[in-house]
Design a protein around this ligand. Sequence first.
Ligand SMILES: NC(=O)c1ccc[n+]([C@@H]2O[C@H](COP(=O)([O-])OP(=O)(O)OC[C@H]3O[C@@H](n4cnc5c(N)ncnc54)[C@H](OP(=O)(O)O)[C@@H]3O)[C@@H](O)[C@H]2O)c1
Length: 292
Amino acid sequence: MAGTKPKILILGATGQVGEAVIPLLTGNPAIQVVAATRSPEKWKTPGTTAVALDLDRIETIAPALEGVERAFLVTGYTVDMLRQSKDFLNTAKQAGVRHIVHLGACGDDDTRVDHYAWHQFIERYIEWCGFSFTHLRPEIFMQNLLGYGGESFVKQGIIRHFVGDARLSWVDCDDVAAAAAACLLDPVRHAGKTYRLGYEAKTFGEVAETFTRVLGQPFSYEARPPEEFLQKVLAAGSEPAYMRCVYNSYVWLTAGVDLGADKVFDNFPAITGRQPRTVADFAKTHADRFRY
Ligand SMILES: NC(=O)c1ccc[n+]([C@@H]2O[C@H](COP(=O)([O-])OP(=O)(O)OC[C@H]3O[C@@H](n4cnc5c(N)ncnc54)[C@H](OP(=O)(O)O)[C@@H]3O)[C@@H](O)[C@H]2O)c1
């Protein structure tokens, strides 16, 4: 009976990670999947319904959580994530939600990077509320290579970025989604776990070498000053508080400060049953976006 199936609510369902989670859950006869979005009228994906949820309008949260057993908590690139997550979690507790899978960010527990730390405060609040939980901590998304803050950083074979020669640990959003789906489908197995998700450490120069090999055209890396990043994303309308945190991390990385940003992990096959995607796989999949 449909009414007795566990209901899973996916926040950020129209975003990079949430959108990739939905098809991994739809069609599974054991669960009901509901997509949360501020614009449910635009939702067209077969096999799921959408519910209106605006984390900035607290009155929309409880109706969206009716009957929900598990939730994927995703927030966007704004400092509002702190208040939004707290409102969501308080309401979810009252609504009887049992398991929260949280999309956090990279970093060791003693990270100096502000927005990673914000996610860690949310993790601690999830635990303090008494939910069963799984914390996901992805490293840098390969999708950032497609564009970030309204700007594409790969043009005509030149990859422009703002971290100097820092080596970063990469993960494909589709793999973050695969890990999230596994945790949402089997919360007992993944309860109490923190999964760092980053599988291949490369500098942008090494990413350019990979692109050259895989795409058969020359690619090169041009390190740009972090100030240029901040100007571009603010001009594109991104939220300043979050973007200043990203900028600060780029300043540190450019200066060679060790933020642990190159750490890689071997947990992916155990979580999902397959190997993680490589930067080479990503270049092939999105070849039409990078070739020139
Ligand atoms: N980029 C990276 O390298 C990286 C690395 C590690 C972690 N992360 C983390 O990944 C998260 C972002 O994930 P993403 O890239 O998938 O996000 P995204 O593509 O920017 O999508 C954001 C989603 O949030 C929803 N949203 C925005 N404001 C909302 C509100 N007020 N109420 C309800 N929903 C709202 C949007 O849905 P609607 O517009 O449909 O409402 C959209 O689906 C951030 O927490 C970031 O810290 C990113």
